[in-house]
Design a protein around this ligand. Structure first.
Ligand code: ASP
Length: 582
């Protein structure tokens, strides 16, 4: 038996008990005649003591030579500690060791296995198994498990069934590139790894499963942005015989349950906002509503003078930065430079100081008087002491720019509090989205999303105006879930695919299986998928999903520990009927 107890559970009530413990040497302090060793496992740390008088000499000598991260087993007696450590659950006791077995030695770890380590990101990822020994990473993985468990319990209690769907499938377009797997048995043919189990979960509804969920890996070969992983985990869900309201209700319930269970936060009904309002008020379809700074559109009160920059703009829009009038001229200039950086791309920034005496001072005083500026202040809800920042230009661009400024200022002002939770539903998304690169409409959510009732005809005349039965769940400025009511009849699906630019043949080749299934009594259905990695990170009050993934990829999509991706040898390539262009 390797252990009678773990390293986190011994208490004063067990004094005089004989125990066996196994674990890693966290650190040792050698005073010559007495040696203390902190023994660590997943559950905690227990202090071991070896002393010249009471410990057999051979064991004492062995203890002197234990290195960091050696794996050892000890037998001994629980005794009271002379100097107790109130910060440690086992801090009242120590184990006086009688027997010691070295189960394994260890090289010196390349970084310290402490809560604050000296290891950089890449080094920690290369030796992730050592990183996982550290409390912050270990606790994140345990936290993730708790969230996943709470999800499973809740959905199971609501009659959802977890069903596994295949990973080797045919491409399902969800807006990203597929990872592909060559088929050895079918020369020249490839599987795709699922971007999501979308079509399978719909087929499960046709199969009468009624309520499905799955905590499932999804794969998207996207250009990597910070904090994106090429493989990630979704809580994927689908329900039959539902309308949008049923889905929002069910998954608001799940989210509320998680916030209560995990964070002990109670949230009443989640607010809802249309996509159009979210864009108008926050310039963003995933607004962080933990703080205000709503957009104020100023076209009507800013385009009546000789200021050509504004007159020529499609949109003039501003936000009031709370207390922003305390910024110096230099700081405002720096902010202007910040929004003009190519990453944000604003052409310039106009500002208005809302002075304590109720007067206004702007960077465009030449063109606008107090009456104008007072109107701007009213529209942006600026108070005395605030600074109004105004951007102008192309509507979509300017909204994105001002949204970035809003988030930056909120971060600088400490308004994005990690332990505050502000969920909301964004609803009524457009069905289609214009893509400048391909000069075509794309499905904003995916091609299986149904248009709002009665809007199908609009597809021919005003495609951009068609709204979808699609919704996102947003938490603290992050999209944590998204879904839709699906098309469940072949004719509508065919119309949709046609509008997305598929020929009949292409539609049949790619989605024939789904359209065929729709002809065998497909029930009305809809669903949603949550990004588990991000959800866990937000509930854990942290920003980066990588810290909640056991073996994450780095920013270039590499696993630096196993060194993947990697070339294949010629033999394997040949077997897979693949030739490298050399
Ligand atoms: N498959 C969708 C996605 O991954 C979610 C859904 O529509 O249920 O975003």
């Amino acid at each position: 038996m390797y252990r009678s107890h773990n390293c986190g559970e011994l208490r004063a009530s067990l004094i005089n008990t004989e125990v066996t413990l196994s674990g890693w040497v966290q650190k040792s302090r050698d005073k010559g005649f007495i040696i203390w060793i902190d023994l660590r496992d997943r559950y905690g740390v227990t202090q071991l003591v070896f002393d010249e008088e009471r410990t057999p000499k051979a064991i004492f000598n062995q203890a002197e030579n234990l290195g960091r991260e050696f794996v050892i087993q000890v037998r001994g007696t629980v005794i009271e500690r002379a100097s107790k450590n109130p910060n440690l659950p086992t801090g009242d006791i120590e184990v006086l060791v009688k027997e010691l077995t070295i189960l394994n030695t260890s090289l010196l770890p390349p970084f310290t296995i402490e809560d604050q380590t000296d290891g950089g990101d890449e080094l920690r990822m290369k030796y992730r198994y050592l990183d996982i020994r550290r409390n912050p990473v270990k606790n994140n993985l345990i936290f993730r498990h708790k969230v996943a468990q709470a999800v499973r319990n809740y959905l199971s209690s609501k009659d959802f069934i977890e069903v596994e769907t295949p990973y080797l499938i045919k491409s399902t377009p969800e807006g990203a590139r597929d990872f592909v797997v060559p088929s050895r048995m079918n020369e020249g043919q490839f599987y795709a790894l699922p971007q999501s189990p979308q079509t399978f979960k719909q087929l499960l509804m046709v199969g009468g499963m009624d309520k499905y969920f799955q905590i499932v890996k999804c794969f998207r070969d996207e250009d990597l942005r910070a904090d994106r992983q090429p493989e990630f985990t979704q809580i994927d869900c689908e329900m039959a015989f539902v309308e949008q309201e049923d889905i929002l209700d069910t998954f608001e319930g799940l989210t509320r349950h998680l916030l209560k269970e995990i964070n002990d936060v109670e949230i009443a009904k989640f607010p809802r906002m249309t996509f159009d309002d979210a864009m108008r008020l926050y310039g963003n379809d995933k607004p962080d509503i933990r703080f205000g700074m709503q957009f104020g559109e100023l076209n009507e009160v800013a385009q009546h003078k000789d200021f050509n920059v504004f007159n020529a703009a499609e949109l003039v829009v501003g936000i009031a930065i709370p207390g922003g009038n305390s910024l110096t001229r230099k700081e405002i200039d720096q902010l202007t430079d910040w929004v003009k950086r190519p990453q944000i791309g604003a052409l310039g920034m106009v500002y208005v100081r809302c002075n304590d005496d109720g007067s206004y001072k702007s960077s465009v005083d030449k063109f606008y008087d107090e009456t104008d500026l007072k109107q701007w202040a009213e529209i942006t809800k600026a108070k005395t002491g605030d600074l109004i920042c105004v951007l102008s230009g192309n509507t979509n661009k300017v909204r994105a720019q001002l949204s970035t400024l809003r988030m930056e200022m909120a971060t600088r002002l400490g308004l994005r509090k990690p332990n505050e939770f502000a969920p909301l539903w964004v609803v009524d998304f457009p069905l289609l989205e214009w893509d400048e690169d391909t000069k075509r409409f794309h499905a904003m959510h995916h091609p299986f999303t149904s248009p709002k009732p009665g809007q199908l005809e609009l597809l021919d005349t005003n495609p951009a105006d068609v709204k979808a039965n699609a919704y996102d769940l947003v938490l603290n400025g992050n999209e944590i879930g998204g879904g839709s009511i699906r098309i469940h009849d072949k004719a509508t699906q065919a119309i949709m695919l046609k509008h997305l630019g598929f020929t009949d043949e292409q539609a049949k080749a790619q989605f024939g299986f789904l359209m065929d299934a729709f002809e065998f009594g497909a029930p009305p259905h809809g669903g949603i998928a949550f990004g588990l990695d991000r959800l866990v990170a937000i509930l854990g009050g942290q920003e980066t999903i990588r810290d909640f993934i056991a073996f994450p990829k780095n920013n270039s999509g590499r696993d630096v520990m196993i060194d993947a991706p990697a070339p294949l040898d010629d033999e394997q390539l040949k077997e897979l009927h693949l030739k490298l262009n050399v």
